[in-house]
Design a protein around this ligand. Sequence first.
Ligand SMILES: [Zn+2]
Length: 382
Amino acid sequence: MKLLPIPSRSARRYLARPALTAPNGLRPLRADLDGARIEHFPFRAADGTRLGLARVAPHGDDTRPAVLLLHGHTASAEMFTLPETRNLAAALLDAGYEPWLLDWRGSCRLPYNERGPRYSYDDVSLYDIPEAVAQVRGRIGGRPLFAVAHCIGAMTLSMSMAAGLVTGLAGVVAQGVFLTPKLYGRARLPMHLGTELLRGRMSHQVVDFKRAGLFSKQSLLFALAARGADCPDPTCQILHNSAWGTGASLFVHDNLHPDTHDRLAQLFGPAPFFTVPHLRQNELAHAVTRWNHGDRRYAALPENALDHADRIDCPVLLLSGSQNKLWADSNKVCHEVLTSRHPQLDVRYTEIPGYGHVDPFIGRGAALDVFGHITDFLDTHR
Ligand SMILES: [Zn+2]
C-alpha cells in the first residue's frame, strides 16, 4: 500500500479563509485542494430537486480518470475536502485522478433534511445518482469513471446498480455498508422503536446544540446522548455517543483532528426522521430494498437490490473500520454473500484497524491509514 504524505502547512490557516463560493442555495464549501479550481455544475434531478455537483479541476489536464464521491446522509461533499486534514479529494488529485463531488438530496449543504418535499432513499437511487453519473459522463466523454461512496451514499448506489441505472463504472469503493445493511447491536432497538416514537413528534433532530434550545423537544436526545459521555461537547456527544439517539457511534473519538471535532456541527446537519422507516425496512431485511410500492415512478427499482447483485458489472472494494459502531460488520457480510452467490464478481473486503464509521474519510490519519487502499484499488482498474 502506498503511503500518502501529510501536508506540513498549518491547517488553521485554511480554516481561517472564507469558504469557497457556491451556486445559489448551496452552502459554501470549505476545501483545501492544493490550489485546484472547483467548477460547479448544479443540476435539477428529473423530479425537480436541485442538487450540487462540482469538479475539482486539475490544472491543464483533461485526460485523467474521474472519481465521483458520494457522501453519507446529513454530511456533504465537504467530508472529502476538509482543509484541516489531508483530504481524499487532494489525495486523488495527487494520485492522478479527477474528483467530482455530488451533494445528493440528503446533504447538509442543501435544505431538504429540514424543509421542502420529503423524500426516500428510492429517490436518491432513482434520480440523484444515475443523473449525476450522466452529468459527469457528459463532461468527461469516454474517460473511466469510478465511484467512492460512504454509508447511505453507498447503500443507494448499490440500488442504482442493481436496478441497472448505473452501469459501466470502472470500479466502486463502498465504505461502511453496501448491499447488506446490518446495524450495530446497541443501535437496533432505538432505531426500530425509539425513532418511531419520536417520528410523530419531530420531523428532524439537529446536531448543533445551539440550535436546539435548552427546553425543547430537540434537547431530549442531547440529554440522552450526554449519559456516560467522556467529552463535554453536546454536538460530539450526539454523534459520537449516540448517533442521533440510536445508541450507535459515528467515529473513534481520538481519530479526529481537533479542528474537525470543533466544527462537527458544520459537517453534519439535522437528521430527518422521515427516512427512518425505509432504513428500518432495509435493516430488517439485511438488504437494500425499495420503499415506494404501487407508484409506477419507482418501477425501475427492484424490490430487493441484493437479489439483483448480478447486475453489478465492475470491481468492488468494500471498506470498513474494525470499530464501525453503526453498520458493524455489514461489509464483511456483504463480501461473504457476494463471493458465495456471485463468484464471477470481483469483490474485495478491506478492514481498517482502529477506525470507526466516518473517520476512514474525516480522520486526521485517514490519508496514511485508508486512502492508500482506495488509490491502490483505483490504480489496479484505471
Ligand atoms: Zn468530543
